[in-house]
Write a protein that binds this ligand. Structure first.
Ligand SMILES: *[C@@H]1O[C@H](CO)[C@@H](O)[C@H](O)[C@H]1NC(C)=O
Ligand SMILES: *[C@@H]1O[C@H](CO)[C@@H](O)[C@H](O)[C@H]1NC(C)=O
Ligand SMILES: *[C@@H]1O[C@H](CO)[C@@H](O)[C@H](O)[C@H]1NC(C)=O
Ligand SMILES: *[C@@H]1O[C@H](CO)[C@@H](O)[C@H](O)[C@H]1NC(C)=O
Length: 249
């Protein structure tokens, strides 16, 4: 008796199953599974949309039709072995419920197609960067074109967590070790998706085009003294030397 009740409840639960959900991405391709028993040869495959059963792709006997309505023109293919329907070049309007009928008879199956857009890579901007005794203050902002994303930062090598503060996409940190590169990677994520961008704080700041050689100086204060020395102080000294060749130089 109790077994029967369990069985009835089980069957009810099966009957009440929501349609399968399949996720597709804008402009990409998705395959909707028919769920056909692979050991049997399908004689009829009928994919339809809307409550008035508008056929979009069918195979009856030996005749396959996949150009039944304009909205899917050139974007469908039907696997006559598995009964699976492939939709290419997905559009937002493709988001709806699809139903498949098969012969040999199988329970009609509904599939809800959800169309999503891939996450865009986040952007990292420098909020501030200043040298202080014994290190460097750095503030970075990570932003995303996508809505409702979570931000996470990964710092390599890790900085002292007691001197690092995060707030949504922003990160503020004090770096004491300025002799190695520090890489800041910002990831944005949404359910089932995760993309990231990286910002590297270089240990040496060599202008492009010059030979890359490590400079044992604080990376934050490097730029100005070197430019000053190369661009102004040295030429001035050389000029003075040339002009006053007789004086001690
Ligand atoms: C399916 O079709 C193949 C070839 O057309 C045949 O050999 C096979 O016996 C069929 N299977 C069933 C279960 O009807
Ligand atoms: C079925 O419904 C769709 C949308 O509701 C409509 O565009 C289409 O004309 C209908 N087809 C028939 C045959 O009534
Ligand atoms: C059709 O589906 C079968 C079974 O899943 C698979 O082996 C075959 O490669 C598919 N054919 C095409 C053209 O995708
Ligand atoms: C996203 O991916 C990065 C790198 O693979 C990982 O560090 C981060 O924890 C991931 N975030 C989420 C929320 O899955």
């Amino acid at each position: 008796m109790s077994l029967l009740i369990v069985l009835v409840l089980f069957l009810q639960a099966v009957g009440a199953l929501p349609p399968d959900e399949v996720i597709g991405y804008l402009g990409e391709t998705v395959t909707l599974p028919s769920g056909a028993d692979p050991s049997r040869n399908l004689t009829t495959i009928e994919w339809s949309i809307f409550s008035n059963t508008t056929w979009i792709a069918t195979r009856r006997g030996k005749v396959t039709k996949i150009e039944r309505i304009p909205r899917f023109k050139g974007r469908l293919s039907l696997n006559i072995t598995s009964g699976d329907l492939t939709i290419r070049n997905l559009r937002k309007e493709d988001e709806m419920k699809y139903t498949v009928n098969l012969d040999p008879k199988q329970e009609a199956k509904g599939i809800r197609l959800i169309i999503k857009q891939h996450l865009q890579k986040p952007t990292i901007e420098t909020l501030f960067r200043s040298a202080k005794e014994g290190g460097c203050w750095l503030g970075l902002r990570c932003s995303s074109q996508d809505e409702d994303v979570d931000f996470s930062w990964k710092i390599e090598p890790p900085t002292d967590p007691r001197q690092t503060q995060r707030e949504r996409g922003d990160i503020f940190t004090f770096l004491t070790n300025t002799t190695t590169d520090v890489q800041f990677t910002c990831s944005t994520s949404r359910t089932k998706e995760n993309v990231s961008s990286t910002f590297t704080l270089k240990s040496d700041k060599v202008p492009t085009g010059e030979a890359r050689k490590p400079l044992p100086r604080n990376r934050c204060t490097l730029g100005f003294p070197i430019c000053f020395a190369l661009g102004f102080a040295i030429p001035v000294v050389l000029y003075m030397c040339r002009e006053n060749i007789s004086t001690s130089c």
